[in-house]
Design a protein around this ligand. Structure first.
Ligand SMILES: Cc1ncc(COP(=O)(O)O)c(C=O)c1O
Length: 479
């Protein structure tokens, strides 16, 4: 039996229990079967309630030993700042987002060489311009802070955003757009509006960790679809859907996070046809399409959508100012109305001040800025790739990305990724371990390195430190 089948079986039997901050455990069998006890403390085999079990196969450290994670710093409850209090009773106080603990269990605070976030170094972002616009607004229009904005977002900003969507082949009016606090909120709104316990959500394998968390929190049944260099394998998706019809398909078709793959045009069309035949939703998450290095990527799936199947999301925060949390969601008909209601229920509309602060930049400067950003990122990617080519040990594989922020490295199976992570973090190096990009977090031999998060020289120094470590991990030598 495969590990994932065993897991699914245990989950069906209500045998997976989660200890907050410690991970997931197999509970002792009701008949007292002792074989399970070595796997963890458990808490008495509570079963049945989707809320308890929601996503219980996520956030698991995957090693089955009393909260010992294969990822160091994880599930340890360490708090290096010493400011986080711990209360015993809270350990058993259940939440509905088991996997979202990922972020609190990775401690990246001391990373000198940060490769872990898909983020752009602040020196490349137009923070000064946006900051000045913000200061001006606060001084000249302080009343903005006293107003709730429109639930759908500021109309003028939405109108400006329609212009940018046209570059992705999407011709929609401002009435079909909603502004959200980043695409992360967009994914959350879709999930809370349309996904309930047991609904089938298909997604690429590997996929964006933050989306897995959200769907897990809704109790979705997540079904992973393998990918290749042309993106999600639609032939396999079709077969899987025949067995279990989809409610929603989540995809990052362009410069996918983490793999960097871009879905071919033919697959985009087939995916849309499939959604039509199953009358389901596609979430097209598109944070990276402006970050191409050579030629623009294929048009969005949304650009071909005639029946309102696609909810398209474009992040502006990622490329402008992540702290401003700015994205737009494009959807049509009833779907957008329901999402707007969810947005109102979530936060009564995004902050008007921030929307108006980013507006002038998105309106007038975005295209020229993007040109410069693309070339800066391309240069970083090429420098990173050059270093890897020269210093990566034999057996390490990667594909040169055509855009986006990440390198997705396949390591030889002899490398224990958790151990590599532990040793790298001792040198102040952080990266994303591939397992968190999978539903159920199986052991994998992939890591994701973001080449955009640091100054170029710092990034290079980090890679030069990491490569010998990688070599040692392959040969089993210890420092
Ligand atoms: C694929 C993907 N979707 C969504 C997000 C969240 O982006 P935002 O900052 O717009 O919320 C990220 C962030 O890394 C991402 O990689």
């Amino acid at each position: 039996m495969t590990v994932s089948k065993a897991y699914a079986d245990l989950e069906r039997r209500g045998r997976i229990v989660r200890r907050h901050g410690l991970g997931c455990f197999v509970s002792p069998a009701k008949d007292g079967n002792r074989e399970d006890e070595e796997f963890g403390t458990g808490n008495g085999g509570r079963t049945g309630d989707w809320k308890r079990d929601a996503g219980s196969n996520y956030g698991n450290n995957g090693e089955g030993e009393r909260g010992q994670s294969r990822i160091p710093g994880r599930n340890t409850g360490q708090d290096k700042t010493g400011t986080r209090k711990r209360f015993g009773w809270q350990e058993d106080f259940e939440d509905y987002l088991p996997r979202a603990q990922l972020w609190r269990n990775f401690d990246y605070s001391e990373a000198e060489y940060s490769f872990h976030l898909a983020a752009i170094h602040s020196g490349l972002l137009p923070l000064k311009e946006i900051g000045e616009a913000m200061t001006m607004l606060v001084a000249k229009r302080p009343e903005l802070m006293s107003a709730y904005g429109n639930f759908q977002g500021d109309l003028e900003l939405r109108e400006v955003m329609t212009k940018h969507l046209r570059t992705r082949g999407i011709s929609l009016s401002a009435a079909s757009l909603m502004i959200t606090s980043g695409t992360q909120q967009g994914i959350d709104l879709v999930a809370r509006t349309f996904i309930g316990p047991g609904d089938a959500v298909y997604l690429e394998e590997p996929s964006y960790t933050g989306a897995i968390d959200v769907f897990a929190g809704r109790g979705a049944e997540m079904i992973s679809v393998p990918m290749d260099e042309d993106g999600m394998r639609i032939d396999l998706l079709t077969k899987l859907c025949d067995r279990r019809p989809p409610k929603l398909i989540y995809t990052v078709p362009t410069f996918q996070n983490p793999s960097g793959a871009t879905m071919s045009m033919e697959r985009r069309q087939r995916l849309l046809e499939l959604a039509r035949s199953y009358r389901c939703l596609i979430v097209e998450d598109d944070p990276f399409s402006d970050l191409y290095f050579h030629s623009p990527p294929p048009p969005s799936i949304k650009s071909m959508d005639r029946d309102g199947h696609v909810v398209y999301m474009k992040s502006f925060s990622k490329v402008l100012a992540p702290g401003c949390r700015m994205a737009c969601v494009a959807a049509e008909g009833d779907i957008l109305e329901r999402l707007t209601a969810a947005k109102a229920a979530s936060d009564l509309g995004g902050p008007l001040l921030i929307q108006l602060a980013v507006l002038p930049f998105i309106s007038d400067r975005y295209d020229a800025y993007m040109k410069g950003l693309r070339s800066a990122l391309r240069s970083r990617m090429e420098r990173a790739a050059k270093l890897l080519k020269r210093h990566a040990p034999q057996g390490v594989k990667w594909r040169l990305p055509e855009g986006g922020l990440n390198l997705w490295l396949e390591l030889p199976h002899s490398v224990h990724v958790g151990e590599l992570y532990r040793r790298a973090s001792r040198l102040g190096i952080s990266f994303l371990t591939g397992n968190v990009c999978h539903v159920g977090e199986p052991s994998t031999n992939y890591i994701r390195l973001c080449y955009a998060q640091m100054e170029e020289e710092q990034m290079e120094r980090g890679l030069l430190l990491l490569m010998p470590l990688l070599k040692e991990s392959m040969t089993g030598t210890k420092r």
